[in-house]
Design a protein around this ligand. Structure first.
Ligand code: MG
Ligand code: ZN
Length: 222
């Protein structure tokens, strides 16, 4: 019985996700669902990307956190439109939460909307939001084994960023094993090494995103 209830909830969620994507289409917004563990560097990566997309592409952010406005405050300080969703304990964002946030954003002025999901490698993949692209950020201190332990999130990724790449040697991070694990579940995904500390890879990643936005390569994934 529990399984049936969960399926019904997911179905209702998916219908709202479709509505969200229609809203994004109307206002010409490309939406990136950013998923990672807590501490992988989601907010830092989003901020670094937003700076590099300017001046031609303007961004907005929806911040999902269980509690606090720490990340949203960092973004608002830079003058970037941001809405904070506090889930009050729920470990993922869902489509109705996104729908509720949209009236608080100037969507017609936004080209790229980053949705920073709650830090969690498990259930965010089960809840469609209406995004066009899934970005998964892994980070070196978490260890190379994450794709083997949490294959679902890596399977759902359109791009995988390996953040804190400046620490690969310090942590004796096995890059080959990490990339093999990602490719086991997602053979063609792009894996880009970045560091928000040294700026390594950030231009390459931003160019990748810019191409996707420009060529309308977003394929309706949510
Ligand atoms: Mg954050
Ligand atoms: Zn959850």
């Amino acid at each position: 019985m529990k399984i049936v209830v969960a399926k019904e909830i997911l179905k209702a969620n998916d219908q709202v996700a479709v509505e969200n994507q229609e809203t994004f289409g109307r206002d010409g917004v490309c939406v990136v669902n950013v998923m990672a563990s807590p501490g992988a560097g989601k907010t830092s990566t989003i901020l670094a990307t937003i700076e590099r997309l300017l001046p031609d592409l303007k961004s907005g952010v929806i911040e999902g956190d269980i509690a606090s406005t720490i990340d949203a405050d960092k973004i608002a300080e830079r003058g970037i439109p941001v809405v904070q969703i506090n889930t009050g304990g729920t470990c993922h964002l869902d489509a109705p939460m996104i729908k509720g946030a949209l009236p608080h954003l100037p969507l017609p002025d936004i080209d790229v909307l980053f949705i920073e999901n709650v830090g969690n490698l498990i259930c965010p993949t089960s809840y469609k939001l209406g995004a066009h692209m899934n970005l998964v950020i892994a980070s070196v201190p978490e260890g190379w084994d994450k794709p083997y332990k949490y294959p679902g999130i890596f399977a759902a990724a359109d791009v995988v960023l390996l953040n804190k790449a400046d620490m690969i040697e310090v942590f004796e991070f096995d890059v080959a094993a990490f990339e093999r694990g990602v490719r086991m579940v997602n053979p063609d995904v792009e894996i880009i090494h970045i560091s928000c500390k040294t700026n390594e890879g950030l231009d390459a990643w931003t160019e990748n995103l810019r191409t996707r936005v420009g060529e309308h390569l977003f394929a309706g994934r949510s």
